[in-house]
Design a protein around this ligand. Sequence first.
Ligand SMILES: O=C(O)CCC(=O)N[C@@H](CCC(=O)O)C(=O)O
Ligand SMILES: [Zn+2]
Length: 374
Amino acid sequence: MNTRLLNDFLTLSRANPDGLAPFSAPLASGGRIEVWDSGVLCVEPAPTVKGAKNEAAHKDIVISCGIHGNETAPIEMCERLLADIVSGRLVCAQRLLLIFGNLEAMNLAVREVEDNLNRLFCGQHGQQLESNGTLANKAGANKAVINKAVVKKTAVNKERVRAAKLEQYMARFYQARSGAKRLHYDLHTAIRPSKYEQFAVYPYMASHTYSRDLLAFLAAADINTLLLSHAPAPTFSCFSAQQFGAQSLTIELGKVMPFGQNEMGRLDRLQQCLTAELSEPSWQPPHFALTDLRVFQVCQEITKHSTQFCFHFSDDVANFSGFSPDALLATDGDRQWRVAEQEEAVVFPNAQVALGHRAALMAVVTELTDKMLC
Ligand SMILES: O=C(O)CCC(=O)N[C@@H](CCC(=O)O)C(=O)O
Ligand SMILES: [Zn+2]
């Protein structure tokens, strides 16, 4: 009965976006699937020796998708992975936490309903947003009583509740044991076309060192463009990296399309790599050359402060389009953003973001050397 429910787990989850009672089902391979909530399930592989710890399962892997509801290609790919696991075509040798993020937004075919879920991690879900777009922590909550007009949003909406729950599920998953290699792939698609169709965002690393294995994984999946973040951010991948020491990436897999209209063949390579990583304990991505990777470093962040905010380039500019030194990029009242001395590429430009949110990242070409890998 429970196995039948898993056959259409996403439909079940979307029909119950506010929560599902936990249940579990055995897998034919000997492991089991535990449903923790709508859109959240954990695959526990079979122990190799009855009653003993599974030595082969040395990785704890989180795959998340649909953190933005209209980014459907990764959602469809994750459904395929799950169908393979449920049917036994893919026998998981590693622990897996699979997350379909924003179910309400999926149902409405929108990026977000009230709040951008991918700006609510690292505890941001517990903060209040003032009408000027700045964040006030809970200690300042009495401002709402003193001047009701100041506070635009209360700290509670569905995305904030979901972010808090997802943080708890991540803790439950990773903290179930120590010593495992922790991985997190947060899968997205971009609003605009991109000069390099698939790319990854590496969350900020204070150490300025980057996982060789993670980069090799990207290369194996034919994702050859990497953007290194310049600062911590309230994103899901930054949360897992900072909070749990996971090797995490946000992976962008092409442009946003409605369900059923994605060219899924473009995600085959990534799906094959994930399948291999999940099912073959000794799988290693093949050796890769650093020179095969196109690397960008974020050099400035453009923030929308007011409704006057606008870009000074056209709406159809693709991600990674280059701008010459000193070019005017955006203005917001008296503020302006220009390219510095070296050509800069624009990533994720979006003038429609909420006040106080990032409206674009600007990046310069850089290189990674062996010394920067760990
Ligand atoms: O195309 C866009 O403007 C946004 C696509 C997207 O959702 N990207 C993520 C990147 C997260 C990160 O910086 O790691 C986001 O903006 O949340
Ligand atoms: Zn996204």
